[in-house]
Design a protein around this ligand. Sequence first.
Ligand code: CA
Length: 502
Amino acid sequence: MRVVKIADQDNVAVVVAPTSKGDAIDGTSLHVLCDIPQGHKVALVDLKKGDPVIRYGVILGYALEDIKAGGWVNEFNLALPSSPEVKDLVAGSKGKVLTDLPERKTWMGYDNGPDLPAGSRNMLGIITSVQCVAGVVRNAADKIRREILPNYPNVDDVVPIVHPYGCGVAIKADDADIPIRSVRNVSHHPNFGGQILAVGLGCEKLTMDMILSPEENNPDNVIILQECNGYDAMISSICEAAKRKLEILNKRKRVELPLSKLRIGAQCGGSDAFSGISANPTIGYAFDLLAAGGATVLFSEVTEVRDGVHLLAERCSSEKTVEKLKKEISWYDEYLARQHVDRSANPAPGNKKGGLSNIVEKAMGSIAKSGHSPIADVIGPGETPTCNGLIFAATPASDIVCGPSQLASGIVMQLFSTGRGTTYGLQAIPVYKICTQHSMKKQWPDLFDLDAGFVVTGEKTIAELGTELYNHILDVVSGQKTYAEKYGLYNDIIVFNPAPIT
Ligand code: CA
C-alpha cells in the first residue's frame, strides 16, 4: 500500500487508496490496524495520548488517545492546537527564489500601458453601481453578444459586472471601503482595456463618482436607467454606447510581453487530503517559476492559512510586510469573533470526509499553493498589488468571494485546485481547474484542465508537473481556452461586504 509522507519528521502519512486491515505499508514493516479510507492518515509510530501528530513537518494536533503504529488518525482522535499569536509574528528570510528557470519567459497579451498589468482577454465590461440594474444589464449584454459582437471579431466577450452591492448598505461604515474598492477595481480590470461603460439606477447609495475617476464619469460612459424613457430606450442606449467602446476594443492586438506584465491568482475549493500533496504544491512550483521570472502571483484565503501564519511571516522579506500581514489577520480574527465564530467552522464536512482532520492540516495544504518564494507584499481584499512577486491577498476562503476579490486585484487568470470537484468559473478571466487525483479526472474528464494525480502515483515529480503547469498558464493567458470558458461556466461576482446591510 502506497502512502505519501511529506517531511522527514512526519509521524503520519496519507494512504493513496482505500486500505484494509492487515495491508502492508510500503517502505515500512508496518501493517494497517483497521480499514482506512483513501486520503486519510495512518500513524507511522506508536503515539501516546497527548503526543504531537506531525505532518508537513508541523504539529497538526495532539493525540486524544493512544494510537498504535498502523492506526487511523482522524478528526476524532486529534485535538486542535492553539492558533499562532498574531502579535508574535516576525519577518524572516525563509523565502527561497528559484534559480533554475525555463527558457520561455514571454507571453502574448493585451498591453495596457506602463505600470499596468496586461490583459489575457479582450472584453467589454459593463459596470454596474447597484444590483437593481442587473436584469437590464444582463439582457443588454445578451443582445450585444448576439447582434453586435459578431461585427468586432477581435473582442472576446461582453461581461455584465453585476454584483450584490450598491444600495441598502451602510455605505459609510468602517468596512464599506472593502466592497467599494472591489467594485471600483473590478470595473477597471486589465481585460477591459480601459474602456468604461457604466450603468446605474439613479437613487442608489454607491454613486458613480465612487467607482469612476472624474474623467471617466461623463455621459459618454455612464447610463442612468431612471433617466431613460422605458425599457427599450434603456437597452438601446446601452447598445449604442457598447458600439462606441467595441470599436476601440476591436483595435487591440496581442503583443509579446514580459512576465512582469502578468498577474495571476490561485485558490482552492472542495479540498481533500491530496490537495496539499499534489495540486497545491504543483501550483506552488509554477508560482515560484513565475515569481522568479518577474510575474505577480496572488494566493489568499485567510481562514485557511490562519494556522500557518507564522510560516508566512518568516517568508515576508520586510517588517513592513509583516505589519500588513498582522493587520489583515487581526482584522479577520475580530471579524469572526464579532459573531462568536472560530476557525473550527472550517473545514467543511466534505473536507473531513476527504481526510482533512482539522484546520491546521487544511492550512498546510492550502499554503502549499504559495510555493516557497519570499512574500513581497500583503494586500487587503479587493486591493491591487503595488509590486510584483508573490502577494498574499487577504480574502475570505469562500470560493465565490475569493474569486471576485482576486479579480478586483487585477488577476487575468485564476488557478483553482480541487479534490472533490467544483464547476467554478468567472466570465471576465479564464479559470483553470486542477484536480488532485486521477479518479477525479476520470469522473470529470471534460472539466479539469490539469490532473495532478500524477504526483500522487509517483508518475511525475512536483517540479515536472509544475513546469508543465507553468507552460499551460502561459498558453492560457496567451489565448488558449479553459474548459470553464469552453462551456461558459460563470459564477456571480460576489464582492466581499463585511459592513452592515440596512
Ligand atoms: Ca476557497
